[in-house]
Write a protein that binds this ligand. Sequence first.
Ligand code: UD1
Length: 309
Amino acid sequence: MESPVRGRTVLVTGGAGFVGSHLVDALVGDNDVRVLDDFSSGRRGHVDPGATVIEGDLREPEALRAATDGVELIFHEAAIVDVTESVDRPVETTDVNLTGGLAVLDAARRVDATVVLASSAAVYGRPEGLPIPETAPAEPRSPYGLQKRTLEEYARLYAELYDLSTVSLRYFNVYGPRQRGPYSGVVATFLEQARSGGPLTVEGDGEQSRDFVHVRDVVRANLLAAAAGEPGAAYNVGTGERTSIRELAAAVREAVDPEIGIVHREPRTGDVEHSLADVTRARERLGFEASYDLEAGLRTLLTDADRGG
Ligand code: UD1
């Protein structure tokens, strides 16, 4: 697909992180790309050398000004994404995720840049029915979900008050190369466990399910949202298919080594049973459709050479 974002001056906050660094890869050939990252979880090796890196915190006015001067488009991916950490440290994570995010919106207002915000399915809390449309009640059950939900509301308000072009993307369960660290999600965890001989740790009975969306599809959704998103709107980013954790474990064994064992652990406290995106709005208004099913997506994790290891 030819990118709908070309010839622009673009900032990716969190551009050394998991989703951000893949976005930079997709942008760098056709655009003047800047990255703002404090490297608290991102890695320098993941950033394409064609991007200009500004090391700093979103909440430092000087760093933010240097990063946004002359910018036409901002993808805001920087955040503390660990939901558990948000439960343990609600004040500190609100400072980064909400106050920092608001600072990005305000910097965008100064230079009149379009903003595409990374939001999350966490805004829905415990969904009432499946699939979940964007119109479902947003009742977050963690500080993280509330931070993202509130930032979306600010984005909507900035569109209304200041005529700023802002779009929020509610990512479902994103997976793909470079997802690692202590808070990396079940796909990365299972693959790592499988590679080191297992066993895979299934929490609960494994019947709980998720909508797993590949990071490259998330990147494409971002590019389409930058080009065609309606100011103030939010869009789900998922595949519209769900996979149980039990099925995921089976797929990982199949892909890596069928002999690998599975152990069951206690279910996670407060775990959401099922999650599935209604992808109608993104399909109809952005022209977005996920192209990786789980099998193809897992293959990219096993075979692709990836920058920075
Ligand atoms: C994910 C997002 C989170 C977002 C939420 C919104 C990730 C890493 N997290 O959380 O940012 O707020 O969706 O809905 O994408 N599991 C196992 N064994 C393991 C690890 C996990 O069985 O070793 C199970 C968990 O109990 C859970 C499921 O896998 O039922 C998914 O867990 P996880 O990948 O951490 O994502 P979510 O909790 O869905």
